[in-house]
Design a protein around this ligand. Structure first.
Ligand SMILES: *[C@@H]1O[C@H](CO)[C@@H](O)[C@H](O)[C@H]1NC(C)=O
Ligand SMILES: *[C@@H]1O[C@H](CO)[C@@H](O)[C@H](O)[C@H]1NC(C)=O
Ligand SMILES: *[C@@H]1O[C@H](CO)[C@@H](O)[C@H](O)[C@H]1NC(C)=O
Length: 381
């Protein structure tokens, strides 16, 4: 299949996945959020994941068999690690036994073109090609480790970067993957993004993404991720955002393989969101080989100039705390139940004058990065 054929195939696949799930779900309750979102509380056993034939007889796991604390977070007094705050929570809550699902219009699935869907996995796949000549569409500033990993963790600073035009996006994420070609790549991603073509606005939203051999998707837009919490909506807007030279906010994200359950758990803040069964991600059945932390911008400018879409806070790493965006307490699980600091992380910045990254290590923050930048500027024309 050529690339164009592949993208068409992807769109069909994703649309048919998400249609099936949308039509069959009758919410127990619906919540109108002040940001314009409608959150449907759908019974946990009727969530999109169970439309997937691979999960037809799946027994829902109610909790992970782990409790890992990792490095103590937030020793630096002026950053706030809130119990994860989403705008819709101000307007109501979902009952027990249900999960909040952000309602999407038909058009979302169509306009969120496949290139956006596979962009995160492109990163994992092409860490070498990413150092290519010329101006790449997909720009990355990230830290990377390679080895055998059973989990990874980070505390991610939350910002509201500007996106120049609606077919671009900016994201800050943790990515866990194995495989180097489209045909054998499995990946899991979690973080925040501003992605107007997916969410129809410029808000900073919590997202997840998974990819396996030619298919994958965001949030609960197709069947795959199994959600167990009634408190957090995937795709929901995050609030408050950090303020330049002001108050800082961040969230903890943690992805962990549970060997006894054959699943990868996702924890955000103190909340266990749910999990990806490894039956969907065969290359991640045992462990991951690449972990990446950082920012990605998708640049679609056609006038020869660099996009002004910002990464992170929109400010370069040398501005440090309260200026640039950070990720701290970067940790990996190298043996079962053992969170460790990074060994030999590599920093990748494709166009450091546009978006850059610095690596650091301290007793307060563990391994950390500052990353991001403004995009177009006199040194990045
Ligand atoms: C994935 O495919 C590439 C080339 O197609 C191959 O070199 C690599 O070993 C494969 N990796 C796995 C995990 O199967
Ligand atoms: C997002 O912001 C850009 C420019 O900042 C604006 O052109 C666009 O209309 C906004 N998109 C949405 C969906 O609000
Ligand atoms: C990018 O960051 C690295 C590491 O801190 C630094 O050595 C380099 O000078 C920076 N590049 C630019 C263009 O700012």
């Amino acid at each position: 299949m050529d690339l164009k054929g592949f993208y068409c195939f992807m769109i069909l696949l994703i649309v048919s996945f998400s249609d099936a799930s949308r039509l069959s779900k009758t919410p127990v309750k619906s919540i109108k959020s002040e940001d314009g979102d409608v959150i449907d509380c759908v019974h946990i056993s009727r969530q999109p994941a169970f439309d997937n034939p691979l999960l037809r007889n799946h027994v829902i796991q109610t909790r992970p068999k782990f409790s890992l604390e990792g490095l103590p977070a937030n020793k630096l007094s002026n950053s706030k690690n809130l119990p994860i705050a989403q705008l819709w929570q101000l307007s109501g809550s979902c009952p027990e036994e249900t999960i909040p699902i952000r309602r999407t219009k038909q058009v979302d699935a169509l306009t969120a073109s496949s290139i956006h869907r596979n962009l995160h996995s492109t990163v994992a796949r092409h860490t070498e090609q990413i150092r290519q000549e010329g101006r790449p569409k997909l720009q990355l500033a990230a830290a990377l480790v390679e080895g055998e990993y059973y989990g990874a963790k980070a505390t991610i600073n939350i910002w509201g970067p500007l996106v120049q035009q609606s077919n671009e996006l900016t994201t800050s994420l943790l990515s866990i993957s194995r495989g180097s070609s489209l045909s054998n790549l499995s990946s899991i991603e979690v973080g925040w993004q501003v992605n107007p073509s997916l969410y129809n606005d410029n808000r900073t939203r919590l997202f997840t993404f998974w990819w396996n051999r030619f298919k994958g998707c965001y949030d609960l837009l197709c069947s795959g991720f199994i959600q167990i919490t009634n408190k957090i909506a995937l795709g929901g807007a995050l609030s408050p955002l950090s303020i330049y030279h002001g108050e800082q906010f961040d969230i903890d994200v943690f992805v962990l393989k549970d060997a006894s359950q054959d699943v990868w758990w996702l924890q955000v803040g103190k909340e266990t969101l749910g999990y990806w069964p490894t039956s969907l991600l065969p290359n991640l059945a045992n462990s991951a080989s690449t972990i990446l932390w950082g920012g990605i911008v998708f640049d679609s400018e056609s006038d020869g100039q660099h996009t002004t879409t910002q990464m992170g806070s929109g400010h370069p790493p040398e501005e440090g705390f309260e200026g640039a965006s950070y990720m701290k307490n970067l940790q990996v699980v190298v043996e079962s139940d053992n969170l460790s600091p990074l060994s030999n992380p590599v920093a990748i910045a494709q166009q450091p004058y546009c978006y850059n990254i610095t690596l650091g290590k301290s007793s307060y923050w563990g391994d950390y990065i500052f990353y991001g930048g403004p995009g177009r500027n006199p040194n990045c024309p």
